[in-house]
Write a protein that binds this ligand. Structure first.
Ligand code: PLP
Length: 398
């Protein structure tokens, strides 16, 4: 018998599987609204001008690639902290944040998950219902029992906040609660600042561990606006986790640029926590890669490039917003009579369209319009060229 005779076939990743199906579809009118990637008005993945400029600068002073420190490029970690917590945060001045470079936002989540598992092996993890599908898999793989807290309310087309809060208020001490800092994936619905205050009060009173996943900072209402929730947690005096991803905000998906930051009670505690995060990294992949983090650090610390990045990010954000408005208008023009205005209250790359699984299947098979079975579509993949076809196709299946 062969060594791998008993190995079972693993299920395909639902979203990446959709991509394969899309690539194989001969329909010339096909549109991919499945994967969470921003494409520009020409349907192309953008190479940001600030990234190109930073790369040119780095090429000029090309250097040999030694190993990076286990926790990554120091200037990068510092730039991440400035972005996430605010340059003048007293927390940073007090040395109370341990930040490590990570392999994208996923890597930040995984390093945090492995550290948490050692810290509190019996803890449960709560993720939103629904959530980015890798949250469940990632925390389960790290050894946790993963359950959900209520989030999406299909009837209300929004967040079932009362149920969410009630669940958090009933959670056992030490429970890890994964929260989307902004631009909730997949629904597009975020909670308000006042609701965040109530979540924070629950986290504090129940002694929960908040793990904020910030994969879309700058895609909602602005860099500072989207990061405001971090300030609320800091003001409440809670220790918490934040994972950062630059995949979308720098259009650097394949470079795997992210970070994990852990807010601690003191500088001394931060040193100990950092030492443990480094063990997790060292025993998984030793140390992170150089290029992407160097690019991001260069952009964030060079004033002209940073200004350029903020402008380009605003461009992506505003284009998505314009597509949301256009989607609502075009659906009406295509004869949809039900209220679809919720699309413009959603934030970030995605829209929970409210379409059913059979409707999503029809969109794929009859029209070559690919979204996720849950009804999630990537608004950031719409453009003036494909939106007419997409809205007419949606109108036909509705
Ligand atoms: N968290 C959420 C909510 C996401 O939507 C994503 C990417 O789609 C990630 C984390 C992972 O980001 P990265 O590609 O940087 O690993």
């Amino acid at each position: 018998m062969s060594l791998f005779a008993a190995v079972e076939m693993a299920p395909r990743d639902p979203i990446l599987g959709l991509n394969e199906q899309f690539n194989a579809d001969p329909n010339p009118a096909k549109v991919n609204l499945g994967v969470g990637v921003y494409t520009d008005e020409n349907g192309k993945l953008p190479l940001l001008a600030c990234v190109k400029a930073a790369e040119a600068q780095l090429n000029e002073a090309a250097r040999a690639r030694g190993y990076l420190p286990i926790d990554g490029i120091a200037a990068y970690d510092k730039a991440v902290q400035g972005l996430v917590f605010g340059e003048s945060s007293p927390l940073l001045a007090a040395g109370r944040v341990a930040t490590v470079q990570a392999l994208g936002g996923t890597g930040g989540l995984k390093v945090g998950a492995d550290f948490l598992k050692k810290l509190n092996p019996g803890a449960k993890v709560l993720i939103s219902d629904p959530s980015w599908e890798n949250h469940r898999a990632l925390f389960t793989n790290a050894g946790f029992t993963v359950e959900t807290y209520p989030y999406y309310d299909a009837d209300k087309k929004g967040v079932n906040f009362d149920a969410m809060l009630a669940c958090l208020n009933a959670a056992a001490a030490g429970t890890v609660v994964v929260l989307h800092a902004c631009c909730h994936n997949p629904t597009g619905y975020d909670i308000t600042a006042a609701q965040w205050e109530q979540v924070i009060a629950a986290v504090k009173s129940r002694n929960l561990v908040a793990f904020l996943d910030m994969a879309y900072q700058g895609f909602g209402d602005g860099i500072a606006e989207d990061g405001a929730v971090i300030g609320q947690f800091v003001a409440a005096g809670i220790d918490f986790f934040v994972s950062t991803s630059f995949s979308k905000s720098f259009s650097l998906y394949g470079e795997r640029v992210g970070a994990l930051s852990v807010v601690c009670a003191s500088k001394e505690e931060t040193t100990r926590v950092l030492s443990q995060l480094k063990i997790v990294i060292r025993t998984n992949y030793s140390n992170p890669p150089t290029h992407g983090a160097q690019v991001v650090a260069t952009v964030l610390t060079t004033p002209a490039l940073r200004a350029q990045w903020e402008e380009e990010l605003a461009g992506m954000r505003n284009r998505i917003k314009a597509m949301r408005t256009a989607l609502v208008e075009r659906l009406k023009q295509a004869g949809v009579t039900s209220d679809v205005s919720f699309i413009t209250t959603q934030r970030g790359m995605f829209s929970y369209s409210g379409l059913s699984k059979p409707q999503m299947e029809r969109l794929r098979s009859e029209f070559g319009v690919y979204g996720v079975d849950s009804g999630r579509i990537c608004v950031a993949a719409l453009n003036e060229k494909n939106i007419g076809y997409v809205t007419e196709s949606i109108a036909k299946v509705m």
